[in-house]
Design a protein around this ligand. Structure first.
Ligand SMILES: NC(=O)c1ccc[n+]([C@@H]2O[C@H](COP(=O)([O-])OP(=O)(O)OC[C@H]3O[C@@H](n4cnc5c(N)ncnc54)[C@H](OP(=O)(O)O)[C@@H]3O)[C@@H](O)[C@H]2O)c1
Length: 320
């Protein structure tokens, strides 16, 4: 099968499409023929070997062999099912998250049948389904499960035009919040169309000047800090960062006037993916796809995502 592989850390050109054996099927696993996958900011960081301390997991001098084919989000068709699998059958259309085993940037991927895998709603395309895995479930994990957003609360989403951000705006509205979305000038109309009640253009206004205003500040792109953002939080407010060692350290620290950092990692999608799937099926959740690249051109997709200005998601079409 064709698969994208990087054998060293570095710029997008380290990614090459090569022939690899199809993964062998094991008990409890399904083999999925991948129709669509994505290139995310998280994978670009893995390709660069960043953050440096992350190399303890990624590989000290070069990527660990099992992490050389990236690909966190996939949508495709079950090709075969291992012994003991009752949840899926060959021919089922599915979408899901590969997690720490990655491997989705390939024509086939092996996934645990009881893992973060779900039937794909018929109403969405493979491209849309693949692009609705990590961003949507991460936004749901932070807003619903970590912050417990309630109707009427004021939620600010920083990075509202990114993958997590476009879903965060929609999901915060779904949870009944009043949403302020922060984005650049070219994305104001996009985030408004996703349902934001108020839009802040970060080139014109600094949201941290909105004193004692928000119950939740969700910084999906970690461009702010708790130190500065806490003045924009109401008493008891929560600051949600998606990355940053310092932010995670703050999360262990003292709360200021009850204002605190709530960090975390959304890795197990078993509880969030069915919820996202239902919203996709009912048409309540819109998937924003910026660009689509063929697998053969995946290095160009990495280059585009590396620039840091994608809108929503960048899809890789694996089958034509
Ligand atoms: N904790 C977890 O479980 C978890 C899970 C998944 C991902 N992550 C992490 O979450 C982060 C975000 O991922 P993502 O895929 O959602 O990001 P993304 O889609 O790559 O974000 C790109 C967007 O960020 C916007 N942006 C750039 N600079 C900005 C600024 N100063 N202020 C506001 N917006 C700005 C850009 O808009 P403009 O073009 O207008 O600047 C662009 O639309 C990544 O670091 C990823 O590793 C964490």
């Amino acid at each position: 099968m064709r698969a994208a592989v990087h054998t060293s850390f570095g710029p997008p050109d380290v990614v090459q499409v090569v022939e690899k054996p199809v993964p062998a099927l094991r008990r409890g696993d399904v083999l999925v023929k991948v129709h669509a996958t994505t290139v995310t900011s998280a994978e670009c960081a893995m390709r660069r070997g960043e953050p440096r301390w992350g190399r303890v997991v990624l590989g000290l001098r070069r990527p660990r062999p099992r992490l050389r084919t990236l690909g966190l989000e996939v949508a495709g068709v079950v090709e075969s099912a291992g012994s003991g699998v009752t949840r899926f059958r060959p021919g089922d259309q599915v979408f899901g998250f590969t997690g720490f085993s990655v491997g989705g940037h390939a024509e086939y991927v092996r996934l645990p049948a009881e893992g973060s895998l779900c039937r794909k709603p018929e109403s969405v395309t493979f491209a849309e389904a693949a692009a609705a895995v990590d961003g949507a479930t991460t936004a749901l994990f932070f807003l619903r499960d970590r912050a417990g957003v309630r109707p009427g609360q004021r939620v600010l989403v920083n990075g509202a035009s990114g993958s997590i951000g476009t879903y965060a705006v929609q999901l915060a509205k779904h949870l009944g919040a009043v949403v302020t979305a922060v984005c650049g000038p070219s994305n104001v109309e996009l985030v408004r169309s996703l349902g934001a009640d108020e839009v802040v253009d970060y080139t014109e206004r600094d949201f941290t000047d909105d004193l004692d205003t928000y119950d939740v500040v969700f910084d999906t792109v970690t461009k702010s800090s708790f130190r500065r953002s806490r003045r924009a939080l109401r008493r008891g407010g929560k600051y949600l960062p998606t990355t940053g060692l310092a932010n995670h350290l703050w999360a262990w620290g003292t709360a200021f006037l009850g204002k605190r950092v709530v960090a975390g990692m959304s890795v197990d999608k078993r509880a969030t993916l069915p919820f996202v799937s239902a919203l996709l099926e009912s048409g309540e959740l819109r998937v924003v796809i910026d660009r689509t690249y063929p697998l053969s051109d995946i290095a160009a997709a990495h280059r585009y995502v590396d620039a840091g200005h994608k809108r929503g998601n960048v899809v890789i079409a694996v089958t034509s």
